[in-house]
Design a protein around this ligand. Structure first.
Ligand SMILES: *[C@@H]1O[C@H](CO)[C@@H](O)[C@H](O)[C@H]1NC(C)=O
Ligand SMILES: *[C@@H]1O[C@H](CO)[C@@H](O)[C@H](O)[C@H]1NC(C)=O
Length: 514
């Protein structure tokens, strides 16, 4: 007979400081099995070998059936980009008043805290790839605010590779696998890079020291110039920056090669461990602020996502801090299902004005529908738990939660179902400004960056990283690249050309973007 009363005792795992000890710590916090094992239907399982079914059918072995059939369904599509990631939870705390710029409730008073989730990710690597490959990185933050979730789906570089969203699939395919060989392909990548030089403002940073970041010490950028509005209805334009409170840390190609051969999960492990040890990573959440006049007077398109906004002109203003102090309880539930969307905006934050932002509003939603189903916002980590959603959406694949219970399911209705905010109650919210976007022209900023920002050591490593990738591209692509390097800096062009001719690079084979 089975025990009929199962005590549900919350298990608090004993403190531990090394992720490798997680199971031991769990064991230490318990005294024997924590309960009776059940099928997913909840029925107690009586132990029986599957081979010991001589006189009964395997089909009647409910544990066997439950286990094997669930197993073949336990994968969901991995993200096409940003598949490999690590994340954690914590809070955002306002340290500086910006209510004169933005009326969003999360900024309403100094000291106010909002729960957050952050996911760091590499861009081209598959889900199981090493997280210390040379690549751009995602730095996505979800703020669980009282006015719904606000997501900043940012990156580790201050600009994006393309301005026209039509080239998004082109860009992603070019850094991923060749259709026949299924190998990363230098020709694919350098063709894209040399056809779309606006990508160089980002790519030269990826080939430089920032290309292999350490997540706990990595800066993040919101990329788009967002329109925000204050209580009086005045618009401002801001870019978000996450500045690590500890010194920025990166790995050289050589260091990363050593790490990759020993631990493909260096960044994930390090983040988890830091939080276990109470060494909570934190960032200063800062913004660059532009008034309508600043936008009009700028000598370039401040909404161009392939450009950065120079900080000497538009300085950083600290707003708050973001602290990660809690690891996921379960990676799949908490991080693999964590779904960010630039369209998750709150009153006072109108979003980016550019076409890429518009495209991202579609593509993130679309990806979540595909990976997680129509009710992905009902998944615990995506729920706007600081507010109560009252929608007219119903049904669909699980999880539906309470499916809005007995509330009226049509709008409009005459039965007191949820009603929208009356326009007169929110008169201060303007429309998103319309902008006209021209073709990008981006070598100017990367020229400055190469010539005036980089140190000699950084230039040397950048050159090595470029050579070790470009050496695998075919001649005409090398020539096209050299011409572009020449226009960034003749010395750089010369060094790339002679480096390729002399084959002096340390690595003569193509290793991802290394
Ligand atoms: C588990 O308990 C043993 C015995 O008390 C102890 O030596 C060990 O450090 C503990 N390990 C963890 C990770 O809690
Ligand atoms: C550079 O090295 C590759 C591979 O070792 C070789 O095939 C190629 O001919 C070399 N090129 C030059 C210019 O020496």
């Amino acid at each position: 007979m089975f025990r009929s009363i199962i005590l549900l005792i919350p298990i608090v795992t004993a403190a531990y400081d090394d992720p490798a000890q997680q199971l031991v710590a769990f064991k230490n916090s318990t005294q024997g099995p924590i309960g009776i094992m059940t099928t997913s239907n909840g029925a107690p399982v009586k132990y029986k070998y599957a081979t010991g079914t001589l006189n009964s059918r395997l089909l009647f072995h409910e544990y066997f059936m439950d286990s094997l059939t669930h197993f073949s369904r336990e994968r969901i599509p991995e993200r096409v980009v940003h598949a490999n990631g690590a994340g954690a939870f914590g809070f955002f705390e306002v340290t500086h008043d910006i209510t004169h710029i933005c009326k969003a409730k999360m900024f309403e008073s100094v000291g106010k805290r909002t729960p957050i989730a952050i996911r760091f990710s590499s861009i081209f690597g598959d889900r199981g790839a090493s997280d210390t490959l040379r690549d751009g990185r995602g730095f996505a933050v979800k703020f669980y605010t009282e006015e719904g979730n606000f997501d900043i789906v940012g990156l580790s570089a201050p600009a994006f590779v393309i301005k026209d969203p039509l080239f998004f699939t082109t860009f992603v395919r070019s850094i991923k696998r060749n259709p026949q060989t299924d190998l990363l392909d230098a020709n694919l990548m350098w063709d894209f890079l040399t056809l779309r030089p606006e990508s160089w403002n980002t790519f030269m940073r990826v080939f430089g020291d920032r290309g292999i970041p350490v997540y706990t010490n990595m800066p993040g950028f919101g990329i788009h110039t967002y329109q925000v509005v204050n209580d009086a209805g005045m618009s401002y334009f801001i870019r978000f920056h996450f500045v690590p409170d500890t010194e920025e840390k990166t790995l050289t190609s050589e260091q990363a090669r050593g790490i990759n051969s020993e631990d493909a999960d260096y960044n994930k492990r390090r983040l988890f461990k830091a939080i276990l040890n109470g060494d909570f990573p934190s960032w200063t959440f800062s913004i660059q602020i532009l008034s309508v006049d600043d936008v009009k007077n700028a000598d370039f398109d401040v909404f161009d996502v392939t450009k950065i906004l120079p900080q000497d002109k538009y300085p950083l203003h600290p707003v708050g801090r973001m602290v990660l102090d809690r690891n996921p309880d379960n990676y799949f539930a908490d991080i693999e299902q964590l779904a960010f969307n630039p369209a998750n905006l709150v009153p006072g934050i109108l979003g980016g004005l550019d076409k890429l932002f518009e495209a991202r509003r579609l593509s993130y939603r679309d990806a979540h529908y595909y990976r997680l189903g129509a009710n992905f916002n009902n998944i615990r980590v995506n729920c706007p738990f600081n507010t109560k959603p009252l929608t007219y959406n119903r049904d669909g694949h699980a999880p539906v939660k309470d499916n809005q219970k007995y509330l009226p399911n049509v709008y409009p209705n005459s039965f007191n179902g949820p009603a929208p905010v009356e326009p007169w109650r929110d008169f201060s919210e303007p429309e998103l400004l319309h902008i006209i976007e021209a073709d990008p022209n981006n070598l100017d900023q990367i020229k400055d960056y190469y010539q005036y920002t980089l140190t000699d050591g950084e230039r040397k490593r950048l050159l090595e990283n470029i050579l070790s990738s470009l050496v695998s591209a075919t001649q005409f692509l090398q020539d096209r690249a050299i011409a572009l390097f020449n226009s960034i800096d003749p010395d750089l062009g010369y060094k790339v050309a002679s480096g390729l001719a002399l084959n002096t690079t340390m690595e003569m084979h193509y290793l991802g973007l290394k």
